[in-house]
Design a protein around this ligand. Structure first.
Ligand SMILES: [Zn+2]
Length: 136
């Protein structure tokens, strides 16, 4: 793994500006608005058909708890959503810092073997989440 700092130049777009300051915040705002406006009318087809939870089950309740500052209840409703939102907050903070202060960007380069290990660890994480959260 090679971690480096690079200046943005000669790129068709600025990834931190596009993803960190525009698309991810818009997705969070739209998701929160949908959870607030449609929360009671949403249901999970997968859960109705199988009886098992999907990764999104409890997300609307988690969003509502987060909007009221109830972290424990949000975690209990959907821990994956809380983790994703925390990661998004870290990424948006990093993006704001590098874009506004014109700082070098962090770039991570992985070898093919490191990519395979990352895929394997991700799959094991999904299986662990499946076993701990989604199965009864
Ligand atoms: Zn579901």
């Amino acid at each position: 793994m090679k971690i480096s700092l690079r200046r943005v130049c000669n790129q068709p777009y600025d990834p931190e500006l596009l993803w960190g300051l525009i698309l991810v915040p818009c997705a969070i705002v739209l998701g929160a608005a949908a959870a607030v406006l449609l929360g009671d009318r949403l249901y999970c087809t997968y859960r109705r058909l199988t009886g098992f939870r999907c990764p999104g089950c409890g997300a609307t309740h988690a969003v509502r708890h987060l909007l009221h500052g109830r972290m424990t209840e949000a975690w209990n409703a959907n821990p994956l959503l809380v983790c994703v939102l925390l990661a998004a907050a870290v990424f948006m903070t990093y993006s704001a810092a590098v874009v506004l202060l014109r700082l070098p960007r962090i770039r991570v380069e992985l070898t093919a073997a490191e990519r395979r290990i990352l895929v394997l660890v991700s799959l094991l994480g999904i299986l662990a989440y499946w076993r701990l959260w989604m199965l009864p």
